[in-house]
Design a protein. Sequence first.
Length: 373
Amino acid sequence: MADRVHRLAVLPGDGVGPEVVAAALQVLDEVGARYGFSISRAEYPIGGAAIDAHGSALPAGVVEACREADAVLLGAVGGPKWDDPRAAVRPEQGLLGLRKGLGVYANLRPVRVIDALAQFSTLREEVIVGTDFVVVRELTGGIYFGQPQGRSGEPPQRSAVDTSTYSEAEVERVARLAFELARGRERRLCSVDKQNVLATSRLWREVVSEVAADFPEVRLTHLLVDSAAMELLRDPRQFDVILTENLFGDILSDEAAMIAGSMGMLPSASLGEPGDDPLRRPGLYEPVHGSAPDIAGTGVVNPIAAILSVALCLRISLGEPEAAAAIEAAVDQALELGARTRDLGADDDRALGTAAMTERLVELLPYPARVRA
Ligand code: IPM
Ligand code: MG
C-alpha cells in the first residue's frame, strides 16, 4: 500500500495534450509504486475541448477545483478548429484564465542541453554543449492581461489595442523568486527588458535593481530583449537565470527550446505564493510545447516535456524529490542509450512513438537506494 496520496487536477486540453498527459501519468504511477506514494486524480476540461463540450474555454468551477488539488497538470490548448480570429471564445482564454485564477505569477522554464542530444540542435554543438539555464517568465501581468484590449471600427478604419501594465508589486514578487532561484544555482541573474522604449520596462529595471540589494551574493546584469535574443544564440552558456516579463518570456523560451534541440524536451512549472508548507508549493505544470495539431492522434509526439514537467511537480509541489530525480535520470539514460522520438532527429523507421518512448522510460526508472519500511 502506498503511504502517501497526492491529489492532482489533470487538464488534458487539445491536440497532443491528452497524449502527453497520459504518458506523464503512466510514468507518475510507476514512479509512485517504486517510491511509496500514489496519485489520486480528477480530470477537468479546458481549451477547445471545453468550448465544444461546455461553450467556454474555462468552464465554471475548474479554477476552484484546481485550487483544491495539490498540483495541476496541463497538456496543451488550441488548434485550427478554434482559430477564427473573430471568434468570441478562444481556447487560449482557458489557459490564461487558469494562470490568472490560480495566481501562478512565475513560470519557470529550465533549458538544459543533454550531452547525447547536443549534435541534433540546429546550432553548432560546441556552442551549446553544457548549456543549463532557467527562464523565469512573469506569467499573470503585462500585455497578456492589460486593459483595454480589443478592436473596433469597420474596414477601412479597423483598429485594435493591447495594453501593457506592471505594478511594482508584480515585478517585485517574481524578481524575488528569480533571485532565490539564482542563489541556489550559479548566482547569476540576467534581467531582460526594453527599457529604451517602454515605461513598463523602466519600472521593471528599477524594481529588479532594488530587489538585488537583498541578494548581494547574486550578480545581476540587464539586457535589452533584442540583444538577449541575439546573445541566446551567440553564447547560451553565459546564462544561469533569465528573468523577464510575460511577452518577452514567451518568445525567448521558444527560442531557447531550439538550443535544447526540440520543443518536445522542455518542461515548465508555474508558481504562485508559497502555502504553509515550504516543501509543497502549489503549482501548475505543463510542457512548453503547444497542441501540435499536425501530429495529434498519430502517436508520434515526444512525451518527454510532459514527463519532465511531472518531475518538476514532484520536486516543487508534492515533496517527492527522489522520485523527481528518478524520472530525470531515466530520461537522461534513455537518450544516452539512443532512444529518440521523431522530433529528436530519428529517421522514421528508427523513431520511437509516444507509447514506446514512455515504456522505455518506465523500464529505466531507478528504484530507491533504500526501500522504505
Ligand atoms: C505558452 C503558450 C501560451 C502563451 C499560449 C498558448 C497562450 O505559447 O505557454 O508559451 O502565450 O503563454
Ligand atoms: Mg509560448
